[in-house]
Design a protein around this ligand. Structure first.
Ligand SMILES: Nc1nc2c(ncn2[C@@H]2O[C@H](COP(=O)(O)OP(=O)(O)OP(=O)(O)O)[C@@H](O)[C@H]2O)c(=O)[nH]1
Ligand SMILES: [Mg+2]
Length: 429
């Protein structure tokens, strides 16, 4: 009979986070191994940190053995899991094996012991109270007991693999060439609601290429927005020459104020100069002293990136959603390719660092992708996910990888636009 844990995805996530970024490998399942205590010890004895889970009809309780089932007396963390809340208490020092009642020697931990063959757990009233369990729950009848080996979510081997991929991506992006050498740099425009993380993405990309955290673009969380100027950012390689792309940061979109619809048109057509001070009430005009009159292919936008905060993308006002859809329709009409960048995924409930490795298969993120697809009509393959650098002091290969993967996709999209260009010479909003 195949072993499958009784833990739900949500319970497992909750415990992974609670015990500081662990992953669990199921070693023993009593219902499969006939509630045999000998089998349990045989499977778990030398496995290092171990978690014992007990499933009763009404609750889930467990014991976390930081040093495993070794012979030494240790402190044991007992816990109860209710929904996504964990309550715990520490007992000991005890021999971990004495969590299980020993019929021959009448030996066990007096306040908490498991009678595996009888499918019962005895819990003192004091421990029940500490764990928030109902007062008269002991003896607690259990349906199953499972033990897990607990390892770090990110071990050295995984981190090494990610660093290799990261170096490979860095190489690809440093040597990227805009299609047909039509322009020296692909021009990427970041558009999105106020506070979505546009400027933070610029900083994140800069940080990854520089090899250290940098905060060149101003970042903030005021409701009226932080960026009020049009800024174009180049990134310089080790030899001092600019990398083949420019990130253009804009004023945030909002229902009432924010970036003026007509300003988007002028940016796309390459008329807006760097450091142009936006005005929500009126767009730039050709009378502006720095207006770029003779904009060329190198000045126009080659790919638009809609940036959304994953934690709030479903709560955007009706008016703002309508505005974004209107912008998107205009982009489609004039053949400008665009993608979505979901930021703040690290703030979604129960996301662990390990989830960032396989983020597109992570349940809460999948829900967000579906929401963006449903509400705005973007194709799933055009929705990218990153966790920006915001308060870190050091680079993290897991975050770097996501940022670089997103950038690679953005630059591919820019190349698709350039490749299609003869058919789209007239970029007219
Ligand atoms: N946790 C987390 N915070 C983020 C992320 N991206 C941005 N932030 C935070 O979100 C807030 C807004 O970020 P900005 O980069 O200023 O957003 P923006 O889109 O440039 O905002 P405006 O310039 O006001 O339109 C800041 O407090 C950032 O630190 C992310 O991926 N994860
Ligand atoms: Mg900004």
């Amino acid at each position: 009979m195949a072993m499958r844990t009784c833990l739900t995805w949500l319970q497992e996530k909750c415990l992974q986070n609670y015990f500081g970024g662990k992953q669990f490998c199921l070693l023993y399942k009593a219902s499969v191994q006939k509630f045999s205590k000998q089998d349990l010890f045989w499977k778990c004895w030398d496995n290092g940190p171990t978690m014992v889970m007990l499933y009763s009809r009404n609750c889930v309780v467990g014991a976390y053995l930081k040093e495993g089932f070794q012979k030494k007396k240790i402190f044991i963390t007992l816990f109860a899991l209710q929904e996504t809340e964990v309550s715990e208490c520490t007992i000991g020092p005890y021999l971990p094996a004495s969590l299980f009642y020993d019929r021959e020697n009448f030996d066990c931990i007096p306040s908490f012991y498991i009678m595996l063959d009888e499918k019962n757990v005895i819990i003192s009233s004091e421990i029940c109270k500490k764990l928030g369990l109902p007062p008269r729950c002991s003896p607690m009848s259990i349906d199953d007991c499972e033990t897990f080996r607990c390892t770090e979510l990110l071990d050295e081997r995984k981190t090494k693999g990610i660093t290799l991929i990261q170096n490979h991506l860095l190489h690809i992006l440093r040597t990227y060439k805009p299609y047909g050498d039509l322009v020296p740099q692909a021009r990427i425009l970041l558009l999105g609601p106020t506070g979505a993380g546009k400027s933070s993405f610029v900083n994140s990309v800069k940080s990854v290429f520089r090899g250290s955290i940098t905060h060149q673009a101003m970042v903030g969380c005021g409701i009226n927005g932080t960026s009020d100027k049009y800024r174009t950012y180049s990134i310089y390689g080790n030899d001092g020459s600019p990398l083949p792309f420019v990130l253009c940061d804009s004023l945030g979109l909002s229902q009432e104020a924010g970036l003026h619809f007509d300003d988007i048109h002028f940016i796309l057509k390459g008329h807006t100069p760097d450091r142009y001070q936006f005005n929500s009430r009126e767009s730039i005009t050709s009378n502006h002293p720095n207006y770029i009159h003779d904009s060329q292919l190198k000045d126009i936008i080659h790919c638009v990136v809609f940036v959304f905060d994953a934690t709030s993308v479903e709560q955007l006002s009706y008016g703002l959603v309508a505005k974004i859809k209107r912008i998107r329709r205009a982009l489609i009409r004039c053949g400008i390719l665009h993608v979505v960048l979901l930021t703040h995924v690290d703030r979604l409930d129960l996301i662990t660092k390990r989830d960032l490795i396989d983020i597109y298969n992570c349940h809460p993120v999948k829900h967000k992708l579906e929401a963006v697809h449903r509400d705005f009509g973007f194709a799933f393959s055009d929705i990218l996910v990153v966790s920006n650098y915001v308060s870190e002091w050091h680079l993290d290969p897991v975050k770097d990888r996501l940022i670089l993967l997103a950038l690679r996709q953005i630059l591919c999209t820019a190349n698709n636009f350039l490749e299609d260009l003869p058919l789209n010479k007239e970029v007219d909003l």
